[in-house]
Design a binder for this molecule. Structure first.
Ligand SMILES: Nc1nc2c(ncn2[C@@H]2O[C@H](COP(=O)(O)OP(=O)(O)O)[C@@H](O)[C@H]2O)c(=O)[nH]1
Ligand SMILES: [Mg+2]
Length: 346
């Protein structure tokens, strides 16, 4: 059962109470950082309704919070890929509050839920900071095939060069020619140069060259793309470890960021991938892509709770604008808040 398959009422009948109650700050971007992005993330995450809280009000005929309501919330959290352990952590807290009669109504429940979710994601809401003392600052981008690495690099390069930084890209995914071309297309679009060799070249050599070019050209940030698939998983990890070692030969601190790109639609698989990449390479930041394509944004909570690795950015579409800094409050509010005003067609 998906989160959207609710029993009785239609969205426009159920949303008003929930909307009015959950929403303390409907139109303000909580941090004031990216107002347009916040609104679009909310719309894309919810597809018209808040996947977690929509219709919960209908489970409260007497206005009381009871086991049935908490069970329903539990089902929705698990269905949204929050994961069993993290869901139990959240529910455990809420059940305790119910037992102590601290949650008298839906308002109180949603406030407590919001606090609980914030408690999990706030610690990983740590934006990427480019240390200007590291020159070039080197970002090694890793992740399985199709997770959105190359697209994320294109988006990130745009953002950094818009901020006035001199960026260089390294086409370290040499597995297929198309992967190199895809990065070159982004480079052209962004007005950012790309260091590439032909398909089949040694990625460590490509990235080593790029590092030398970055130094010679006074580049601020070097972003290296990598392959996400090789003949075997251990081949891939060995290759990435070699890239890391080679970078370390030119600058003992490089790479300064190992950025893991995860497809949010992969659900619990994304968590497993994160564990594997982290074990092999030491991941310092995560990008969650395709939050627009899933009703399962709960994986953010699982990753935050289980791995405690900073989530740097989120992707909510294919274009350069569909990319924003991960902000705990914005995310939780986007998840808990219906995207449209009640009565509007979904
Ligand atoms: N809807 C959506 N699609 C994305 C997002 N990020 C990447 N994609 C798409 O996912 C596909 C794979 O992305 P790509 O960057 O080639 O993945 P890579 O193999 O890890 O380099 C492409 O079609 C991208 O346009 C996102 O945030 N939302
Ligand atoms: Mg790629």
């Amino acid at each position: 059962m998906g989160l959207f398959s609710f029993k009785s009422k239609k969205p426009d009948e159920a949303a008003p109470e929930t909307a009015a109650r959950v929403e303390p700050r409907a139109d303000a971007a909580p941090t004031g950082k990216q107002p347009g992005f916040f609104a679009r993330m909310r719309a894309k995450l919810n597809r018209g309704n808040s996947w977690l809280t929509y219709d919960l009000a209908n489970l409260l005929p007497g206005g009381r919070i009871d086991d049935a309501v908490l069970d329903e919330l539990e089902t929705r959290l698990i269905g949204a890929d929050v994961g069993i352990e993290t869901t139990e952590k959240i529910l455990g807290g809420l059940r305790g509050m119910v037992a102590r009669k601290e949650l008298g109504n839906l308002d109180a429940l949603l406030t407590a839920l919001r606090q609980s979710m914030l408690g999990i994601v706030a610690p990983v809401s740590r934006p990427l900071e480019i240390d200007a003392a590291k020159h070039p600052y080197v970002i090694l981008v890793v992740g399985v095939n199709g997770s959105g690495k190359t697209t994320t690099i294109g988006k990130l390069a745009r953002r950094l060069s818009d901020d006035g930084r001199k960026v260089l890209l390294a086409a370290g995914d040499t597995f297929r020619a198309a992967a190199i071309e895809q990065l070159q297309v982004w480079g052209e679009r962004d007005g950012v140069p790309v260091i590439a060799q032909s398909a089949g070249a040694d990625p460590a050599a490509v990235i080593f060259d790029a590092m030398q070019a970055a130094r010679a050209r006074g580049v601020d940030v070097l972003i290296a793309d990598t392959a996400g698939r090789l003949h075997t998983q251990s081949n891939l990890m060995d290759e990435l470890k070699k890239v890391k070692r080679v970078l370390g030969r030119l600058d003992a601190d490089a790479p300064h960021e190992v950025l893991l790109v995860l497809d949010a639609g992969q659900g619990q698989n994304a968590l497993t991938q994160a564990q594997q990449f982290n074990e092999a390479l030491g991941v310092t930041g995560i990008v969650l892509t395709k939050l627009d394509g899933t009703a399962k944004g709960g994986i953010v909570l699982a990753i935050a709770d289980r791995l405690k690795i900073p989530v740097r950015f989120v992707g909510i579409g294919e274009s350069a604008e569909d990319f924003g800094v991960f902000d705990a409050e914005s995310f939780v509010d986007a998840v808990l808040t219906p995207a449209r005003t009640p009565g509007e067609a979904a």
